[in-house]
Design a binder for this molecule. Structure first.
Ligand code: ADP
Length: 266
């Protein structure tokens, strides 16, 4: 029996993600490389995903690319927007979901879906880095902590500082002055998470938040952000270890659907 393997590649601003799907519904491998558009990240992530799946490139029947760098990836048969891929991938991961909040390296997107998982409306941040993964990366560097430790630090906070600037550059100087005043790092981290969450919640409220709500994108790995956003929106937010892969999963499903369409048209 031969299987139909399709590939989804999400070339983001910060990381490259690749998913290989069997018969349109079974994830056989997933891979992530922390290098974004315009780097060797795409080649590396594809090679890793193929190795993990134990298959060769020519066994992939259809490839769809998404993400910020999707148009620079020539081998893809088709490109699909991140909004469509996160809607499809989010529904695959979470089942019925009506609001998806995707926070990546440089974008915040809030998507509203109908009961069939189709995108109805969305809102995005402007060009500013405030509230994005990049903002958190800059703050972690200033504090000299690992990004992956930010969630645990948040849980250790006795209280939180309030950050008045939304601008990354000004927020950075506020944090430096908090450090000079010897404010405990967890309290600063919690304040940073709160400032991101209130910005994202403000954006989400512009289109209205409908339950169930889920988070996709790399920032969902930060449980401090998930907790702060849960408080700001006053609702449960589903996250999954696959949340960062949502765009690539959606792209791989689109690849399967496109292949079937092409075949049926023959
Ligand atoms: P893009 O698709 O724009 O490249 P991602 O959705 O991959 O972005 O998200 C990247 C962001 O995810 C980073 O900027 C960082 O803030 C966050 N991130 C990635 N890994 C972790 C981690 N282990 N812990 C906390 N945050 C993380």
């Amino acid at each position: 029996m031969t299987y139909m393997y399709t590939m989804g590649i999400d070339i983001g601003s910060t990381s490259s993600k690749c998913v290989i799907l069997k018969d349109g519904n079974d994830i056989v491998s997933e891979s992530i490389v922390n290098l974004g558009a315009g780097t060797k990240g795409t080649d590396m992530v594809i090679e890793e995903a193929l190795n993990k799946a134990g298959i060769k490139a020519d066994e992939i029947i259809y490839t769809v690319a998404t993400g910020y760098g999707r148009n620079s990836f020539e081998p893809a048969q088709k490109t699909v927007s991140e909004l469509s891929c996160h809607s499809k991938g989010g529904t695959f991961i979470f089942g019925e979901v009506r609001t998806i909040i995707d926070i990546g390296g440089q974008d915040i997107k809030v998507m509203k879906l109908n009961e069939r998982g189709q995108l109805q409306n969305f809102v995005m941040n402007d060009k500013c880095a405030a509230g994005t993964g990049r903002f958190l990366e800059v703050m972690a560097r200033v504090l000299d902590v690992e990004l992956s430790d930010m969630g645990d630090l948040d849980y250790k906070a006795a209280e939180r500082i309030s950050i008045s600037s939304t601008c990354t550059v000004f927020a950075e100087s506020e944090i430096i002055s908090c450090m000079a005043k010897k404010i405990p790092i967890p309290n600063i981290v919690k304040g940073i998470h709160y400032s991101v969450a209130s910005r994202v919640a403000g954006l989400a409220k512009r289109i209205g938040v409908e339950n169930p709500v889920a988070m996709t994108g790399g920032v969902s790995r930060n449980k401090g952000i998930v907790r702060a956003l849960t408080g700001e929106l006053n609702t449960d937010i589903a996250v999954s270890e696959k949340s960062q892969m949502a765009g690539a999963i959606g792209a791989a499903i689109y690849a399967f659907e496109e292949y079937k369409k092409v075949k049926e048209g023959d």
